[in-house]
Design a protein around this ligand. Structure first.
Ligand SMILES: C=C(O[C@H]1C=CC=C(C(=O)O)[C@@H]1O)C(=O)O
Length: 415
């Protein structure tokens, strides 16, 4: 059973707007690949996605008068769209990149090493949840409304003696040019604890909008990168040929195409499906391109409509979300939500909030999930989530395979 999240309205302390409400850096995008909020900063009233259009309307309404003044809305939408989001309205996006202050040439080596991560749930508990989801899928096979996919996550708690230093962490995450490194300031808890930040290095573009053009690049189906080039290539080939992974991926592409079709006059996958890679993971990816019927539709609303895709939730969406709530012991909050920004023209970039952690002072809670479909193996899915922690763990100064050393991941296949 997931521990319930506290009611945000009761527990949040009224806090000052943060100096750095959000920043994004994508090394491969030369045009708008770096967006770092710059003040003055105003929080948007926090509520669920059903009121998002009304809450952002004044921002876009001002566009006609301001005629593209550089102002942005950005931040994070939670995994559960009924929960309050965390959005900031700022004067512009040309502020300082937090990672630039990291200093020192050897960014890959942080000054201190935190304690060993504590898995929640332990790998065995995660495997039990995967087995339970598979049981449900097998029992429902062929029925209308049958559960066909659910993305189950687990978390690692990492504690240090002193607060994590954001600049060094972000600089180390940004060493991989294949990811978008991001930081979003989250609302502070009422107990006056340290400010909370969502920090990550996501490989997955939920939605990019420029004028009437939209792009989404869903990823699903994964394999771990290996140091040995031959073994690494074998892993990639096995992933490309895996019927289970291609099926797991196809469900996400189909879902996004179905969601975008009503708002697009043209829509397709001109590059087809291909393997993509970060420094630590192989993924199956498909670039989806479309032309909007109404180019004024803001990116933030399109992203909120698409989210959560079956890359983070499952199918049918509401049933998968309920199972996630029942089986995951730690509430996701903003993990597996969406992070991004949007300008007054409605252009913007929104990413799937994965390969990330919630930082609060000297505590970091990392999350990683894996898509479960018929044919998934609980131990392999637990290992996959272990591998997905790798990039963030090494940015924290821990061994990237720290979540893979659990003995239960190396026993004989479970039945
Ligand atoms: C849910 C996560 O990854 C998603 C994105 C890419 C590949 C995935 C997979 O193969 O299961 C997941 O759908 C995560 O990293 O926490």
């Amino acid at each position: 059973m997931t521990l319930p999240l506290p009611d945000a309205t009761l527990t949040e302390a009224p806090s000052l707007p943060p100096d750095q409400p959000f920043s994004f850096r994508n090394a491969r995008d030369q045009v708008r690949g770096q967006v770092c909020a710059t003040g003055p900063v105003r929080p948007l009233d926090r509520a669920g996605a059903d009121t998002l259009a009304d809450r952002v309307a004044p921002f876009f309404g001002a566009a006609r008068d301001a005629d593209d003044d550089g102002a942005l809305i950005g931040g994070a939408l939670p995994f559960d769209k009924a929960r309050p989001d965390c959005l900031w309205q700022v004067a512009g996006g040309h502020g300082a990149w937090p990672g630039a202050n990291a200093g020192g040439p050897a960014r890959s080596v942080p000054e201190r090493r935190p304690t060993r991560p504590c898995p929640q749930p332990p790998a065995t508990g995660y495997m039990d949840s995967v087995a339970r989801a598979l049981e449900i899928m097998r029992a429902e096979r062929g029925l209308p409304d049958a559960l066909t996919k659910v993305v189950l996550a687990r978390s690692l708690l990492v504690e240090d003696r002193m607060a994590f230093a954001l600049p060094g962490l972000m600089a180390r995450l940004a060493e991989d040019p294949a990811v978008t490194v991001f930081q979003v300031a989250l609302p502070q808890d009422a107990d006056g604890s340290a400010p909370r930040q969502l920090v990550g290095a996501t490989p997955e573009l939920l939605l990019r909008k420029r004028g009437d053009s939209v792009v989404s690049h869903p990823l699903a189906g994964s394999a771990r990168r290996l140091d040995d080039p031959e073994a690494d290539a074998r892993n990639a080939n096995a992933l490309a040929r895996s019927e289970k992974d291609r099926r797991e991926h196809g469900l996400v592409v189909e879902y996004i195409l179905d969601m975008l079709a009503p708002v697009c006059k043209r829509l397709g996958t001109p590059e087809g499906t291909a393997l993509t890679t970060t420094r630590s993971m192989w993924h199956i990816g498909t670039r989806i391109e479309g032309r909007l019927k109404d180019p004024e539709t803001p990116a933030i609303l399109l992203a909120a409509a698409l989210h959560p895709t079956p890359a983070v939730c499952g199918l049918p969406c509401d049933r998968a979300a309920r199972l996630i709530r029942d089986l995951e012991p730690v509430a996701r909050d903003f993990y597996a939500g969406a992070v991004g920004w949007c300008d007054r023209r409605g252009d913007g970039d929104w990413y799937v909030a994965i390969r990330c952690a919630e930082l609060c002072g000297a505590r970091a809670r990392l999350f990683a999930g894996a898509g479960i479909v018929l044919g998934s193996d609980p131990r392999a899915e637990a290992s996959e989530t272990g591998a997905k922690f790798g990039a963030f763990l090494s940015a924290l100064g821990l061994p990237p395979d720290a979540a893979l050393s659990d003995p239960s991941l190396h026993n004989q296949p479970n039945g």
